[in-house]
Design a binder for this molecule. Structure first.
Ligand code: ADP
Ligand code: ZN
Length: 735
């Protein structure tokens, strides 16, 4: 391993602790040669012992260093180039390097005693002896192994009931070889593999592929924005680009928003790559610790050609990365919202630069920041302006709810459209971005609503679960019979959620087969996947859901998409609210008419004259972007400015406020190019029983802002006990 330097006497270690720097430790003689960059080690820290990761070598100098106590894993977990990437990412997001590496690595590798179990398996091969054994069972098993040439014990167990004695006998007869191997867990093994139908690229696809291939030849950092309308065949472009990078003997990384929500894409990839004998690893949050560890080691060893994964896969230790694809780059799930608040899309660009790789960001609705970067020429703009196979974009109608007051949750036009779709045997998607039965219970005597005792928010009512639940802290209780304030009995559900919509659709259309897809119905493993298969097989007529149903699905029989409440998100006090609404509605609209029949979309709203909705209806991304960008420019919001969001939180309101005042006072001097807004209460001023105060730093240039936030770790060290400072660089949600 080249990362070993035999003569190094000291190493830089990122310890798992809230420290803003790497620490230096001596390599004792006993460990000479076994400490590598990427090794997980045990080191002393104060009076404790903690896990650390070796990030680099240093000259020991005169200072007396403490010794590394132990090297925990037999092999390093990453290479030197990954160490550099992790450190740079940690610095960018102002996050302790050791904690950042811990987040990057598979879960379960930060505790001192955690060594994920390595599963053992046996591999059987036929010998050159060609005799046939006596028993029918033995012959059957042997023929199977001979046909396959090599078969693992776990595969044999799936094929034959009890192969053990049979195998024993075949070994004794000298008809088989056996070898111990490490078994890798493949969580997708049972998933159906779709047949991949090869397609001829259309001219726009071909042009995109040609450009990306040209960049791959240069083997240097070249970023692209692949802007293709919904159903324009972006996946096909990714596949060709990946195939080319594999031909070059390098590797590819494909990021997708949430694997559980995009099984169709994974299935398409698997089938495509299986035909090409590509070694694929799928990393996602549904994996057990052991599964992740297995996959990670394979990737680090260079035994994997393509990694598909959600946000954290951006850290996967592919040794020779040539291409990173970020599919649906607009998706909010690329941003980690707690702890190490990185954005995998932005880190993909950082990593591409460090690894000299090509990066392709793909979307039908790129975030405006990405789009603006492409306009400025920092990314090469590739466009797929039309759907494949002469399919047209769906017709979008806005339904002004003000003119349909008093009708049920479904306005009359949407109801008519739905019954027409049902009659024609076509499928419908209904988007209501709120789960539960109703967002709250309201007392119709005194006007009180039932709120979370820990957070400043109403509890969501679920009829199915007979519960009131806080979607932030998960506090839950059963619905009371009486109002706590006035003891009134008229506590009624107010507003609408997906459960209520489901109930109404079932009542109005008793013969329709209705299902619901939201976090409540898909929490069980495989549930989401089952719903998708039912949609594909036509076993569902109407699928109701939250934004989950807008994500990348390709259901050819869907001709109608209905949006129940376009407004709620428009009213959020956030400069991105119009962009979010535009993106979500364009994405969900894009689910209609992907098959042979044209699609239509009905959007119910009280804000029918809102410009964002108007652009959605006209499928006019560019028009929307131009208008929105000019407004952003006027206010110096991203992409024309940079933001860092600070939140101070703690149980003691006064301490939190004081700390916030102090930080502001400390940041102020010399802040000529940086605006400091606040302190002010957060949008959610109390969450999980913590008081929360925010400060927003805003600047037109990145550099002065970076100089300011470099001081933050100093303040962090001086905060009073019980007050926590979180730093969110390039924030997405500012709650
Ligand atoms: P997007 O990701 O851009 O929304 P997809 O990649 O899912 O679109 O492609 C939409 C559909 O079009 C898929 O069913 C895909 O197999 C098909 N498709 C892609 N490229 C072509 C092509 N060149 N000719 C015909 N069909 C295509
Ligand atoms: Zn709560």
């Amino acid at each position: 391993m080249t990362s070993t330097i035999q003569h190094a006497q000291a190493a830089e270690i990122a310890v798992v602790a809230p420290l803003d720097k790497v620490l230096s430790y001596a390599i004792p003689a006993a460990l000479a040669g076994v400490v590598h960059i990427g090794s997980r080690v045990r080191v002393p820290l104060g009076r404790r012992q903690v896990v650390g990761y070796v990030m680099g070598w240093i000259e020991p100098g005169d200072a007396k260093l403490k010794d590394i106590l132990e090297v925990i894993d037999p092999h390093p977990l990453f290479h030197a180039r990954h160490a550099d990437f992790y450190l740079r990412a940690a610095r960018y997001y102002v996050y302790p390097p050791g904690e950042a590496v811990r987040t990057a690595l598979p879960a379960g590798l930060s505790a001192l005693d955690s060594k994920p179990v390595v599963l053992r398996d046996k591999l059987y091969r036929p010998t050159t002896c060609e005799e046939q054994p006596q028993g029918a069972r033995q012959r059957e098993v042997l023929d199977f192994i001979r046909a396959a040439n090599q078969v693992s014990l776990s595969q044999l167990r799936q094929q034959f009931a009890t192969p053990h004695t049979v195998l024993q006998r075949l070994l004794e007869l000298g008809l088989l070889h056996v070898e111990e191997i490490e078994r890798c867990r493949d969580p997708f093994a049972e998933m159906a593999v779709a047949v991949h139908h090869p397609v001829d690229l259309n001219p726009a696809q071909q042009q995109a592929v040609t450009q990306i291939e040209g960049a791959l030849e240069s083997a240097s950092f070249r970023p692209f924005l692949l802007h293709g309308v919904t159903g324009s065949g972006k996946t096909e472009v990714y596949l060709r680009a990946i195939a080319r990078v594999l031909e070059q003997g390098r590797q590819a990384l494909m990021l997708v928003p949430e694997i559980a929500l995009t099984p169709q894409l994974v299935t398409r990839f698997r089938s495509w790559f299986q035909n090409h004998e590509v070694r694929l690893a799928v990393l996602h949050s549904g994996l057990s610790d052991g599964e992740r560890y297995d996959a990670w080691r394979q990737v680090a060893r260079g035994d994997v050609d393509v990694v598909i994964g959600a946000r954290s896969a951006v850290f996967a230790p592919l040794p020779d990365l040539g291409l990173i694809v970020v599919d649906e780059e607009h998706d909010g799930s690329y941003k980690q919202s707690e702890g190490f608040r990185y954005n995998a899309r932005d880190l993909a660009l950082m990593r591409g630069q460090m690894d000299e790789a090509v990066v392709v960001l793909g979307s039908a609705t790129p975030v405006l920041t990405t789009y603006q970067r492409a306009l400025e020429g920092h990314l090469t703009y590739l466009q797929l302006p039309e759907r494949t196979s002469e399919r047209t974009m769906p017709q979008v109608h806005l339904v002004d709810l003000a003119q349909h007051e008093g009708e049920s949750l479904l306005s009359e036009p949407l109801q008519t459209a739905l019954s027409e779709a049902l009659k024609a045997g076509e499928q419908t998607l209904l988007l209501l971005n709120r789960r539960g039965y109703a967002p709250f219970l309201l007392c119709h005597d005194c006007g009180a609503s039932i709120r979370c005792p820990n957070c400043d928010i109403t509890l969501t009512y679920s009829q199915v679960q007979r519960s009131l639940r806080c979607h932030y802290c998960d506090f839950h209780q059963s619905p009371p019979n009486n109002c706590e304030r006035c003891s009134g009995v008229r506590l009624l559900p107010e507003g609408m959620g997906t459960e209520r919509l489901e109930e109404e659709i079932r009542q109005t259309f008793p013969d329709a087969r209705v299902e619901r897809m939201d976090r409540d119905t898909t929490s069980r493993k495989g549930a989401h996947h089952r719903l998708i298969e039912q949609m594909m097989s036509g076993a569902i007529d109407v699928l109701i859901g939250t934004q989950m149903i807008a994500k990348g699905h390709d259901f050819p029989a869907v001709t109608l998409v209905g949006v129940l409440n376009a407004d709620t998100a428009l009213n959020l006090p956030d400069f991105r609210s119009a962009e979010r609404v535009f993106s979500l509605l364009s994405q969900v609209a894009g689910r209609a008419g992907r098959g042979d029949r044209p699609g239509r979309v009905m959007i119910q709203t009280y804000a029918a004259d809102n410009y964002a909705l108007d652009y959605v209806a006209r499928h006019d991304y560019q028009g929307f972007a131009e208008l929105e960008l000019s407004q952003r420019q006027a206010l110096a919001y991203p992409p024309f400015g940079y933001l860092v969001h600070l939140v101070l939180s703690g149980n003691d309101e006064r301490k939190v406020n004081n700390a916030a005042e102090q930080i502001c006072a400390n940041l102020e001097p010399g802040a000529v190019d940086v605006e400091i807004l606040g302190p002010a209460p957060c949008l959610l001023p109390r969450l999980r029983n913590k008081h929360r105060v925010q400060i927003l730093l805003k600047a037109k240039q990145r550099d002065p802002l970076r100089r300011k936030i470099e001081q933050l770790s100093r303040f962090r060290a001086k905060l009073p006990a019980g007050v926590v400072l979180t730093v969110d660089v390039d924030p997405v949600d500012m709650f």
